[in-house]
Design a protein around this ligand. Structure first.
Ligand SMILES: [Zn+2]
Length: 92
């Protein structure tokens, strides 16, 4: 899997736009996704300077959704859980 591939993977074609950011089926965040693809080839400019692009996710529940990068909450980096749900057996 290459999240930065210039070509969209086949699984992205059925993606639905998720608002707010997260799986529309189970509510999982991007960190729960099994696959990720970022459409950075086609950024959209907002406010003249900011760029955003589509981020596609295939959730662990097999739903495929996308959202704008600008809608992603900035908490993927700090490791804190943004979801209440704890899942046993998440380790390898
Ligand atoms: Zn899901």
């Amino acid at each position: 899997m290459d999240a930065f591939s210039p070509f969209p993977p086949a699984w992205t074609k059925d993606a639905v736009h998720a608002q707010p950011f997260g799986c529309p089926t189970c509510g999982a965040g991007s960190r729960e996704a099994k696959q990720v693809w970022l459409n950075r080839r086609a950024p959209v400019f907002t406010d003249g300077r900011k760029r955003k692009w589509q981020e596609f996710y295939q959730c662990e529940c097999d739903s495929v959704w996308w959202a704008w990068s600008s809608d992603r909450p900035p908490l993927d980096l700090d490791g804190n859980s943004d979801e209440g749900g704890q899942r046993p057996g998440e380790g390898s």
